[in-house]
Design a protein around this ligand. Structure first.
Ligand code: ADP
Length: 319
């Protein structure tokens, strides 16, 4: 292979820039030409790409977001749209594509691979919900952000004997919530993997109050319920002031932490190794601290991320 493309797609995450940098620097080091594609699959379809040199990725390792831009482009599900994207890549002489993104972006990479264009997927999302890896690029940075927010809420909740409900991102994956609950010392947490009723949560909070707890912080994953409505219910039933805080996109921004910069750099350079070894249609992961790669189709269709029951058990014992 001589020329490759790199793009970031779907929801952005801190460390995507470091991953692009890893791909570019390692690729150039091996004598490849590397094209940066703007705005994910949309830019691929619209043929917006530029040849990158080593200085194109200078001063980026410490920046959140993605300098290439990212986009949602649902039209990419249609084969006719992907054909145009493939033609653009062929016209430019690209031999392979590195896709940095989440589950949805992997689907696009899988489809292109099935159509005969080799892709390598790197897991870039704060949700930690991608198969075939213990951690995704951006997860640890988001975790720091959530914990910092919980620390701040703790100060004010404690002063006012208030109950705080914090909505954490993660879509259908509770990793971020659970880890933040442990690190933030949250008394209560609700994640998609744990059966939940608001009556049970209320009973737990009441038990805490009976024990003499001055405040309660509940960490809850997004999409489980309307947290404002939950706060009104808890306030009515306990008689304690209860506030809901939705952290939202704050969790997606900020300078990547050292772990994410290193993970992104390892994954970016590893993607180049795989391409040079002739691999296509693979996704990269870190498992037990080692770089690994899996069939991207198999990962999407057959690999379920195991829920960390051991972590859950630890969290429960810290009540
Ligand atoms: P994420 O990658 O963060 O999970 P999305 O689910 O929005 O984010 O996916 C990002 C993009 O990947 C979509 O906007 C679309 O362009 C592409 N994509 C998602 N699903 C498919 C699919 N089934 N086939 C082809 N492309 C897809």
């Amino acid at each position: 292979i001589k020329k490759i493309g790199v793009l970031t797609s779907g929801g952005d995450s801190p460390g995507m820039n470091a991953a692009i940098r890893g791909v570019v620097r390692a690729g150039l080091g091996e004598g490849l030409e590397v094209f940066g594609i703007y705005d994910g699959y949309l830019g691929l379809y619209e043929d917006r790409m530029v040849s990158l040199d080593r200085y194109s990725v200078s001063d980026l390792i410490n920046h959140g977001g993605t300098f290439l831009g990212s986009a949602r482009f649902p039209e990419f599900r249609e084969e006719s749209t992907r054909m145009i994207a493939m033609e653009n890549m062929k016209k430019r002489g690209l031999d392979a594509l590195v896709v940095i993104g989440g589950d949805g972006s992997y689907m696009g990479a899988k489809r292109l691979t099935e159509m005969g264009f080799p892709c390598i997927g790197l897991p870039g999302t704060i949700d930690n919900d991608v198969a075939g890896t213990d951690y995704t690029i951006g997860y640890h940075t988001a975790l720091e952000t959530v914990v910092e927010a919980i620390d701040r809420l703790r100060d004010t909740s404690s002063s006012h004997q208030r109950i705080s409900i914090v909505e954490v991102m993660g879509r259908h994956c509770g990793d971020l919530t659970l880890a933040a609950a442990i690190a933030g010392g949250c008394e209560f947490f609700v994640t998609p993997e744990i059966p939940y009723t608001r009556e049970e949560l209320l009973a737990e909070i009441n038990a805490g109050i009976a024990k003499g707890k001055k405040h309660a912080i509940v960490a809850i994953t997004e999409l489980i319920c309307d947290v404002s409505e939950l706060a009104r219910y808890i306030e009515k039933e306990t008689g304690r002031e209860t506030r809901a805080t939705v952290l939202g996109h704050i969790q997606r921004g900020g300078a990547p932490c050292a772990y994410d910069r290193i993970l992104a750099s390892r994954m970016g350079t590893y993607a180049i190794d795989l391409l040079l070894q002739g691999y296509g249609g693979r996704c990269v992961g870190v498992q037990n601290e080692k770089m690994v790669h899996h069939d991207i189709i198999d990962a999407i269709e057959n690999m379920k991320r195991p829920f960390r029951k051991d972590v859950l058990e630890t969290a429960k014992r810290l009540y």
